[in-house]
Each structure stands twice: as C-alpha cells, then as structure tokens.
Design a protein around this ligand. Structure first.
Ligand code: MD6
Ligand code: FE
Length: 217
C-alpha cells in the first residue's frame, strides 16, 4: 500500500490559527519555492546579504537584504525603512512579480483584502542564527498584515503575546510555509530559535530564508 496515502498530501490544507488574526498556511508557497529562491540569489547579486548592527551595537546573526521600494535597515542610529541600500547607495532591487503575487494571494487566503506590500525583507539564517523575541512596530500602517514566507531548512518559530514576558508557543516552520499575521496580534512578540546543526534542505543546504512582506505607510 506504499504511496496510497500520498494522494492526500496534495489536498489544500486548512489554515491553522496561531492567534487572533494570525494564520499558518502550510505549503502555500511550495509551487513557487524554487523560483523564489532563484530570485533571492538574483537580488543578493545587486544588494548582498549583510549582518546589520542593532542600535545596541550587536551584530545580528541573521544576514539580511531587501527588495521593493523600501527596505528595513538597522544601525547604531536605530531601526527604520530606507529607499536606498546603505551598502550600495542605490535603490533596493525591484520586488519581483512572483513575490508580489504570492504575498497578495496569501493575504487574500487569510481574509486580508487589498494587501499592497511596499517592502520585502529577506532574512538568511545559517547554523546557529536566530531572531530573539521582538515586535514588528517600525511600520506606520498597523492595519495591514505581514506576510512571511519560509524557504529551505526548517526552524522553530516562537509566537508569544502582547508582552515580552508572555510565554511563546512554538511552531515548526518548513519550506513553503506562509504565515499571515495582523489584526489583534499584529504587535505580538515573536522570534525564531537558533537554526539547528542538522537543519538542511535540498534547495538551500544548511540555510533558511524568510521573506517578510510589509506595507509601511
Ligand atoms: C523569521 N520572522 O521567520 C522572522 N515578523 O525568520 C519575523 O520576524 C516575522 O515571520 C513578523 C511577521 C512574521 C514574521
Ligand atoms: Fe518580526
């Protein structure tokens, strides 16, 4: 009977609710994933991945770049969105049409209508890289959701509450998973645990990429 149950693996999955307004769409980006990874490499040829410094003076363990009209940057002066890449002093690479359409379809699937992202932050995690608990609050328009796409090696995503001390739930995010998140939980604390030593994926090796699409203004 080997293989019989595989038929059911292709059925669309129901969104899983992480918190009010926050949804996990498992496998939503699977069909586009190889193309998205090609685009990431193309973007990184113009605006390379770099380890940015926080206002507190720490170098971030996740390497970052951006595409779209605005990019999220940090340095000793603070967190902000910038129309130019501080490394190249040019505009960020344009947001590929495949990125935009995926983000819009995912937002729609979670019942956030008319999502128009201005920015896509691209995070690259290698072994041991993590993102400590934080809020996403550098955007002026908090009514818009954030669409987050996981590619490559799996990671443990932590999703807490409105206070830093709220104990987070953990969710394993795998290649092709999409989280759409807004409304009542838009400012909830979240982060990712260190990428495991054995984490691996055929398309990316020992790396995980995360795309976060945002409407800023
Ligand atoms: C990550 N994600 O998954 C880090 N923020 O690598 C985030 O920080 C994040 O996934 C806001 C909304 C969705 C996210
Ligand atoms: Fe975040």
């Amino acid at each position: 009977m080997a293989g019989t149950l595989d038929l059911f693996d292709d059925l669309p999955q129901e969104p899983e609710r992480l918190a009010e307004g926050a949804w996990l769409l498992r496998g939503f980006a699977l069909c586009d994933a190889a193309m998205l990874i090609d685009e990431i490499h193309r973007i990184a040829n113009s605006s390379p991945f770099r380890h940015q410094v926080t206002p507190g003076g720490h170098s971030m363990s996740a390497a970052m770049t951006n595409c779209g009209g605005l990019g999220w940057v940090t340095d000793l002066q603070g967190y902000r969105y910038s129309v130019a890449d501080p490394l190249t002093e040019h505009s960020w690479p344009e947001m590929p049409e495949t990125f935009l359409q995926l983000a819009q379809r995912a937002a729609q699937a979670a019942e956030y209508h008319g999502f128009l992202p201005q920015s896509c932050l691209i995070n690259r995690y290698e072994t041991g890289a993590r993102m400590s608990l934080h809020q996403d609050r550098d955007e002026q328009d908090l009514r818009a959701p954030i669409v987050s796409v996981s590619l490559g090696a799996p990671i443990s995503f932590m999703f807490g509450g409105p206070k830093r001390a709220d104990k987070p739930d953990r969710w394993k995010l795998e290649h092709g998973d999409v989280v759409v998140w807004g409304g009542a939980s838009r400012l909830f604390y979240h982060g990712v645990a260190p990428l495991g030593k054995k984490a691996d994926h055929p398309l990316t090796g020992a790396a995980r990429y995360n795309l976060t699409f945002r409407k800023v203004y």
